[in-house]
Every structure is written in structure tokens, then in C-alpha cells.
Design a binder for this molecule. Sequence first.
Ligand SMILES: Cc1cc2nc3c(=O)[nH]c(=O)nc-3n(C[C@H](O)[C@H](O)[C@H](O)COP(=O)(O)OP(=O)(O)OC[C@H]3O[C@@H](n4cnc5c(N)ncnc54)[C@H](O)[C@@H]3O)c2cc1C
Length: 239
Amino acid sequence: MKPHRSFTGTCLQKTLLAPSVYELRCEKPTDFSFKAGQFVLFDVPLPDDPKNIQPRAYSIASASSENDLRFVIKLVPNGRASRWIEQVLDIGTSIHIQGPFGNFTLDVATDKPYLFLATGTGIAPLRAQILWALKVQVDERPMHLLFGVLKHDDLFWEEEWKNLEQEFPNFHAHISYLSGDADWHDERGSIQDRFVSLLREMPHPSVYICGAPETVKELKQLCLQQNVPKNEIHSEMYV
Ligand SMILES: Cc1cc2nc3c(=O)[nH]c(=O)nc-3n(C[C@H](O)[C@H](O)[C@H](O)COP(=O)(O)OP(=O)(O)OC[C@H]3O[C@@H](n4cnc5c(N)ncnc54)[C@H](O)[C@@H]3O)c2cc1C
């Protein structure tokens, strides 16, 4: 693995996936390497003062085998990056990026089933990990993804999860909606409740959790209560 570095990549695609959630695709330098689960820092200028720059962290959602870098970003009211993405960033805009960083990477030494837990854009590094494990590592252990969103409108990449289930019999996606009607593979209820029932079906998993800090903390606590050993709990918080 090369040390982290900085580069400028052009924005190739900007798509609204769900309310306030954008998917960005960006040019990847040919010699850029990263481990699934890592993040980069975007240098984010103020829309009205482009020389005023601060970094913001974004997890890489693409697998290393994909040709571009993919990100999924939830806009927050009056956020610096949120305003820049909404008002300035477009196809063709240059993005200055540093990275990769982070240790939220798969432990391939364990042979336990993988249980991936995400809320909202916390799915980003988990997509990279799942694609890497299934397609690059060709790992046949059971893998379950539990993806929690508030309501059906907030769900994205649904088609991809369905296709992966078809292609890889060891991969299973579970969607949990906090409110509204449920349809595909899903149930109403909190990700916490769903997690506990899933653990009954697959005890002793290796768990990967990503999302908002409060939810990540709660899910980690639940893991400990359900006797998942500390060394099998891996997490990233979007602080
Ligand atoms: C390792 C890591 C990976 C991450 N990956 C992702 C990812 O893949 N996708 C994703 O969506 N997010 C991710 N995040 C979160 C992301 O880095 C940003 O925190 C998020 O996008 C908000 O950035 P922002 O610049 O828009 O908001 P900020 O400018 O950071 O503001 C955040 C909030 O604070 C408020 N605020 C700002 N300044 C003040 C002030 N002076 N007084 C009062 N309130 C204030 C803003 O109104 C806003 O609501 C990640 C975070 C980490 C640490």
C-alpha cells in the first residue's frame, strides 16, 4: 500500500440518490490504491470565498476494481461541504483530495460470517468492503448487510443489493425502515431491533458498523450486550 498522497480529480457524475443524498463519481488516478473501508479528505472551499479551504472526510464507496472513485454524501443544513456540493460542485469541477486514510478495513484473518450494519450514508465504506470481499477476495463466507433508513424514499442502491443477492448466494441484504410502508426484504422497525433478531440467526459474526455517531455507539453497545467479542466489532463514525 502506497502512503497517502494528494491529487486533483475531476467530478464525472453528480446524482441525487435520495432526499439530500448525492452520489459523486470522481476520476481516480491510475496509481491510486486504497483498502476497502478507507476514507479521503476533500479540500472544501467556501462557495463565496474559494481561497478559504477546510478538509472534510468522505468514505470511498467504490471497490478498488472500479474505475472511478464513488462517494455518497448527505447534505446537512448550512454545512460547508453541503453548500459547496449543492451550489458549486458539478460535472467537470476539479476536486482536490488527500488520502487514503483510516483503519476501518476488513479483518480477513477471521473466518466468521460478516455482519455489516449501516444507517444512511454510513453504507459507503460497507459497499466497498462487500464488493471487495465478494468480487476480489471471492470470499464465500455468509455476509449479511443490514441497512437502516428512515423511510423508503431514503433507500438507495436497492437494485444493486438485489443483484448481488442473485449473483452471490452467500450475500443477503436486509433493509429496515423506521417509518412508512415496507416492501423489499424489509421490515418496519429500528435497526437495533432488527440487529438483535439477526444475531439470533447468525451468532458469532464479525461486525462492521458505520453511520451517525449516536447510532454507531448504540449498535456497539448492543453488540457487547449480545456477547459479540470486542475484537469482532469494527466501526467508523461520521463525526
Ligand atoms: C471518517 C469519516 C468519514 C465520513 N464519510 C462520510 C460519507 O461517506 N458520507 C457522508 O455523508 N458523510 C461522511 N462523513 C461526515 C462528513 O465528513 C461531514 O462531517 C458532513 O458531510 C458534514 O460536512 P459539512 O461541511 O457539510 O458540514 P459542517 O460545516 O461540518 O457543519 C456540520 C453541522 O454543524 C453546523 N455548524 C457548522 N458551523 C457551525 C457553527 N459555527 N455554529 C453552529 N453550528 C455550526 C452546520 O450547520 C451543520 O449542521 C464522514 C466523517 C468521517 C469522520
